[in-house]
Design a protein around this ligand. Structure first.
Ligand SMILES: [Zn+2]
Length: 359
């Protein structure tokens, strides 16, 4: 977030734009327009107001310039993150996932598939081969495609697509903890030194399942994936950033639903190595609890929906005791999960799993 405006003249455009960006940031993260702490010099985040009043305060009183890390408004707890140059293959995997889950890119994916089938007519019915070919060449293809479209007049390429196609910076900010829409997510390593657990995630994704490479009637179905956050990356596309989780996903073939309807997972069985990333906006937080009845297995529990807004920023947030409910395969709360989805629009698309094919 650009915060230089905080030191600008209050009558300047920079200040005006900065205030609006700040308010949008807060509303997006806290999921409220009426219960936001006011960072003006008089309130210094001790009072809570609606957006309109905060806007007035910040103009008339000025913003508290010592408020550098916006933890009351959705910035991660840690004052800093580490920036690392990440493995190129992993970065490509993350970037590809972002592209495939961005509505604007979908027509290009279709075009690319047609392009591959035309270039390799012998392989046009081999879905697994086509998917692998697509995965390994799409990033480069899209970059050139968008570049050449940009050279035309009235090309219709949006600013968003332009930066997406250019790809993320190799230096990636990594976080240990991240607040998304009022819910705190930790990486596993962060959880390991605490008594609380905030690294479990659930993703419901539409997948096309085929029984074999020759299967002509693949079944489109929703499939649940259970994971543990290993890293939090904030992909830097120059004009915007897109946070993603790199997770260990439990092998989907290793799920059990016990006699009481609880989902049991074996956390040591990790699968989907070629598909580790997920948009932070797509997941639902879950908890894994050791199952005393079945050694080596953990029970999956989901968190009831609750308003966190009143405690955001309080030190105790991480220690709030939550009454968990069983998380069954039947997914009674699918609808609430859907609300978490769609920042970039569209369905959650996963592929790269064995025998799973997306067209
Ligand atoms: Zn105020």
């Amino acid at each position: 977030m650009d915060k230089s405006w905080m030191h600008s003249d209050r009558r300047s455009k920079a200040y005006e734009f900065g205030v609006e960006a700040f308010l949008n940031f807060a509303v997006e993260n806290l999921l409220t327009t009426t219960h936001i702490r006011c960072p003006c010099v008089k309130c210094v985040n001790l009072k809570v107001f609606g957006v309109g009043i905060i806007r007035d305060h910040v103009y008339f009183n000025g913003i508290d310039q010592s408020y550098k890390n916006w933890t009351f408004h959705g910035e991660p707890w840690e004052a800093s993150c580490t920036v690392s140059v990440v493995d190129q293959d992993l970065l490509n995997q993350a970037h590809l996932y972002v592209l495939e889950n961005t509505e604007e890119v979908l027509p290009y994916i279709e075009q690319h598939m047609i392009h591959i089938k035309t270039a390799y007519p012998k392989f046009r019915r081999r879905t697994k081969w086509l998917q692998d070919k697509h995965n390994s060449t799409f990033i480069q293809w899209l970059r050139f495609k968008v570049q050449s479209e940009l050279e035309e007049d009235n090309n219709g390429v949006s600013e968003n697509l332009r930066w997406l196609a250019a790809g993320p910076n190799m230096a990636v900010p990594l976080y240990r903890s991240y607040l998304i829409k009022g819910i705190k997510f930790n990486i596993k390593a962060q959880d390991d030194v605490r008594t609380t657990q905030n690294s479990g995630v659930y993703l419901l994704a539409q997948t096309m399942q085929v029984a074999s490479a020759k299967d002509k009637n693949p079944i489109l179905s929703n499939m649940g994936f259970y994971g543990v956050i290993q890293e939090i990356w904030d992909l830097d596309y120059q004009k915007f950033t897109i946070p993603v989780f790199r997770c260990d996903w439990i092998d989907s073939s290793d799920l059990v639903v016990d006699e009481l309807g609880f989902t049991l997972v074996d956390l040591s069985k990790i699968g989907h190595r070629n598909d580790q990333f997920v948009l932070t906006s797509q997941v639902k937080q879950i908890f894994f609890v050791d199952d005393p009845m079945h050694r080596g297995w953990s029970v999956v529990l989901s968190m009831p929906n609750r308003e966190y807004n009143d405690v955001i920023g309080d030190e105790v947030l991480g220690d709030v005791i939550i009454e968990c409910e069983p998380f069954t395969r039947g997914m009674p709360n699918v609808d609430t999960f859907d609300e978490l989805v769609g920042e970039l629009g569209g369905q959650n698309i996963r592929d790269g799993c064995e025998d799973i094919w997306i067209e």
